[in-house]
Design a protein around this ligand. Structure first.
Ligand SMILES: Nc1ncnc2c1ncn2[C@@H]1O[C@H](COP(=O)(O)OP(=O)(O)OP(=O)(O)O)[C@@H](O)[C@H]1O
Length: 228
């Protein structure tokens, strides 16, 4: 489903953020991406979401070669992806419902279908009763759930998250990770970047570890062997 073949990324500043990264994530897998600050996690996700382009190497997603993706095709490509950010980027001038409905605005869904899909997404994250609220009055964990509902409302084949539990306590973080696992259980391919090794180890899933832009570990660890 996702293939990186000898991918390099050098920013205009001259910083080499990724070096010869090759990896394969089959359809339906759940994978965590770990590594210290600056290791290249966000860069890898930015390449996958076509926010950035690789300097060298090839990226294939669902059979599509991202190197060949023209700029005007990027919004269509991104419809296959649900993207969750650490700071969830919810709009404070509209309700929870309207925030989640945003990605559907460009798809031409009619109002009834929008309502059905938004409520299905809210139901999956356990927040059906909050649809009329302003997101700013919700707790941090609830806001992150709204961000996840918005990411999945389009029923994407791939769910990508960059430090989705960064601001949450350990109990809430586990709940959010479990939500990702639930989406994975129904067939969504999930890639989550997190620096929280303890939490990642608890999930017992495949882990990719970056260090200074290089992939130094690929496997299913137990707590003892997960590189720090
Ligand atoms: N837009 C940019 N321009 C120049 N250098 C960048 C840019 N974005 C990231 N970098 C550099 O690339 C390297 C990898 O950064 P990246 O954000 O991918 O790491 P990360 O593992 O996600 O770190 P963190 O956990 O702190 O978010 C770092 O040295 C960073 O300073």
């Amino acid at each position: 489903m996702i293939t990186f073949d000898h991918v390099n990324k050098r920013y205009a500043s001259g910083q080499d953020a990724l070096a010869r990264v090759s990896l394969e994530i089959p359809r339906g897998d759940m994978v965590f991406l770990t590594g210290h600050s600056g290791a290249g996690k966000s860069t890898l996700l930015r390449l996958l979401t076509a926010i950035e382009r690789p300097t060298k190497g090839t990226i294939l997603v669902a059979g599509q070669n991202l190197n060949r993706l023209r700029n005007h095709q990027i919004p269509y490509y991104r419809r296959n992806l649900g993207i969750v950010f650490q700071n969830h980027q919810l709009l404070s001038d509209r309700s929870v419902f309207d925030n989640i409905a945003l990605p559907l605005a460009v798809t031409g869904c009619n109002r009834r279908e929008v309502g059905r899909r938004v409520r299905a997404a809210l139901d999956k994250v356990g927040l059906l009763h909050k649809e009329k609220q302003n997101p700013m009055v919700l707790s941090g964990g609830e806001q992150q759930r709204v961000g996840i509902a918005r990411a999945v409302v389009n029923k994407p084949a791939i769910l990508v998250a960059d430090e989705p539990t960064g601001n949450l306590d350990s109990q809430l973080s586990r709940e959010i990770m479990q939500l990702f696992a639930d989406f994975n259980a129904v067939g969504v391919t999930v890639l989550v970047a997190s620096h929280d090794l303890e939490l990642v180890a608890q999930m017992c899933q495949r882990v990719l570890t970056l260090q200074e832009g290089q992939l130094i570990y690929d496997g299913v660890p137990n707590r003892e062997v997960l590189p720090t």
